[in-house]
Design a binder for this molecule. Sequence first.
Ligand code: GCU
Length: 687
Amino acid sequence: PRNQYDDCWLRYDRVSDDRRESYRRRIKHAYVAEESPECSAVRDELREAIPGLLGEDVHLWQHRPETVDGFLAIGTPGDMEVIKESIPDGAVDDLDDDGYLIRSVEYEGQDCLVVTSGADQGLVYGTFHLLRLLNMGEPIDEIDVREEPAYANRVINHWDNPFRRTVERGYAGESIFDFDRLPDLRDRYEDYARLLASLGINGVVLNNVNTEYYPRGSTNEASQQFDGWRLLESRRLEDLTSLASVFRRYGIQIYLSVNFGAPKRIGDLDTFDPLDEDVRQWWREKADEIYDLIPDFGGFLVKADSEGQDGPYNYDRDHVEGANALAQALEPHGGRVWWRAFVYGSHEDRAIQAYDTFEPLDGDFAENVTVQIKNGPIDFQPREPVSTLFGAMPETDLGLELQITGEYTGQGVHATSHLPMWKEIFEFDTHADRDGSRVQDFFRGDGEGVVGVTSIGEDHTWTGHYLMQSNLYAFGRLIWDPDLDAETITDEWITQTFGADEAVLDTVREILLDSWEACIDYETGGLGLIHMMHNGQEYLENHYYPAPEEWPGYHGATEEGIGYDRTATGSGYAQQFRDPVASRFEDVETCPEKHLLFFHHLPWDHELEDGTTVIQRLYDNFYDGVEEAERLRDLWMTLEGKIDDRRFEHVATRFDEQVHQAEKWRDVITGYFYDFAEIEGEKGRVP
Ligand code: GCU
C-alpha cells in the first residue's frame, strides 16, 4: 500500500559521499531506550531512514555498543548512563516535555550523538529533527541543538465527514479515515502520524466541525446531512481506541468535534440545555466513558450556533454556559474544550460579530476552555486584516485557527504557498498588551496553541497537489518555531522533497514565495476585496462560489465607488482595534493599500499614493496577477528533466489550469467592475 501514496518530505535518499563517513560513524549503531510506545516508534524511524541514507542497515542495540567507534544514543537521562554522564546536570530538567537536545559528544573514546529529552515525546521530535538534518546533508560532527516548541498545543483539524469519507473543502479525494472499518487499521494512518510527528504536531481532531449539517452550497438535501455526531456513540468510541494507539506512538493526542445537541441525539434526554443538571451529568458520563477507553484523549472541538449547528442559543444560554458545561465533564480527566468563535449572521457586517459576542465574555470561561479564533474576521480570505479578538481577551485561553487547505487560494489546483500569509499574520502588531503584542504572542499559554484546517486525502499526493504538501510542512514548522523565516522553512521542504539540486531549490523557492501575492492580485485585485474568486470546476467536488447576487454585500460597488465602509461611519470594525492600529485603518490616508477597500468605500477615481485611481489599480492588479501566474508556470517548466516526470507533469498540468482560471476570472471581474464604474482602462485592456 505504501506505493499508493507519496513519501512527501520523509524520503531519505542516499547521502553524498563526503558526508557518508561521518554519518556512518555516529548513526550506523543506535542504542535506543527500551520502554515506551514512543521509543518503539523511534526505532521504526531509524530502521526506515538509515538504510536509505547510508545504503546499509542500522544496527539497533539494547545496551551501549562498546566495541564500535561511535553510536547514536536516544533516551532520557534516566534511561541510560551515556546520556546522564555526557549531558550536564539540569540541561534536560530545564526543557518542556516536548523539548529536546541533540549533541555530538565523546564518550569513553567513542564518537557519539545524543538525542535526549525529559519525556518520550521529546525523543520522537528530537529523532525527527536529527533525521531532517541528515536528510538535508547537514554536518553533525559538532552539533549542539536545543529546541522547545513555541506553543503547547499544535493541532490539526480535519474537516472529514465520518462514514461518508468526504472532506469539506478537501481537494485530495476521499477521507483517509475509514471509520466504518475501525478498529481495523490502515498503513496510511501510521504514515500520516509519522508526517505529523516529524513536524512536532501533537493533536489531531479527527472529524469535521460540521457534525450534523453542511452549511450551504449543495442543492441535494440528503448530501447536506452529516453524521459526525455519531462518533460519540459507545460502539464508535470503542472503535477509536485502535486509531488512538497509532497516534499515541508518535506523541499525538486525538480529539473529536462534537455536536452540542448530543445529549438529545445520542442520549435519551429531551433537552441539551447546558444548565440542565441531567445534561451536565450526561456529558460527565460520556467523558468518563471516553477516558476509560482512551486515557490520553485530548478533548472536544465545538462549532456551536454557527452556520446551522446547534448551540447554547437554542436555550437562550450564552457561549460561556455552553462551553463550560462540556468543560466540567472533561476537567477531571485533564481534557480541554476548543470552542470556536466563528459566528456570524446577526450583524449586517459579519466582521464585527465575533468581537461583539466574545469580548464581553472574557474571564468567564472555565480554565480548560480555549476559544479558537480564525486569523481574520471573515473566513480565510487570501488576505484580510487580523481578528480584533487577539489581545482583547486577556483572561481567556486562545487558539489561532489557520487554514492549510486552499479553500480560497486555488482549491488544490493553484500552487499557492500560505507561508508568507501566515508570516504576515504572525508578525502583525496589535498594540494590545500581553507579553508581546504581535499576533503570534497571544497563544503561548499551556492551554493555548495554533490549529490548522487541513485537507489530507486518499490522493497519491496527500494534499491534492504535490507543491501544496509544502503548506502542511510549513504550518508545522512555523508553529514549532515562529521565528523561522519563510525562506528557511521553504528551503527545508524543497531539499527534503526534491533533493539538493541548486536549480530546483532556487526555482521552487521562487515559485512558492511569490505565489501568494500573485494569487491575491488575480483573485481579489489586491486592494482588500474579499469573497469573490473563481476556482474553476475541473478538480472540484465541493467549493463555495458565491453567486454574483451575493457579491455586492462583499465589495460594496455602486456607480460612484467601491469598498466596504468599516470605519466609524460604517460598521466600525476598524474601531475594534486598539490605537494606533484603529486610527491607521480608520484614515484613508494611512490605511495600507492592501486593506483599503476592506475598510473604505471610495470613489472609483479616488487617487492612490502614486496617482493611480482605484479602478485603474484594480484593473492593473488583476492583469499583473495573471502575468505573474504565467511567469511562475514558466519557471516550473524549466524543471523538466530535473525532477521525476510524475511530479513534474502533475504540477505542470495544474499550472496550466491555474493560469486559465486566473485569466477567465480577470475578464469576468474587470468587466463586472467596468459595468458599475464605466471607466475604461488606461492601457486599453478593459473593457
Ligand atoms: C467556511 C467554510 C465552511 C466551514 C466554515 C467553518 O465558511 O466554507 O465549509 O464549515 O468555514 O469554518 O466552520
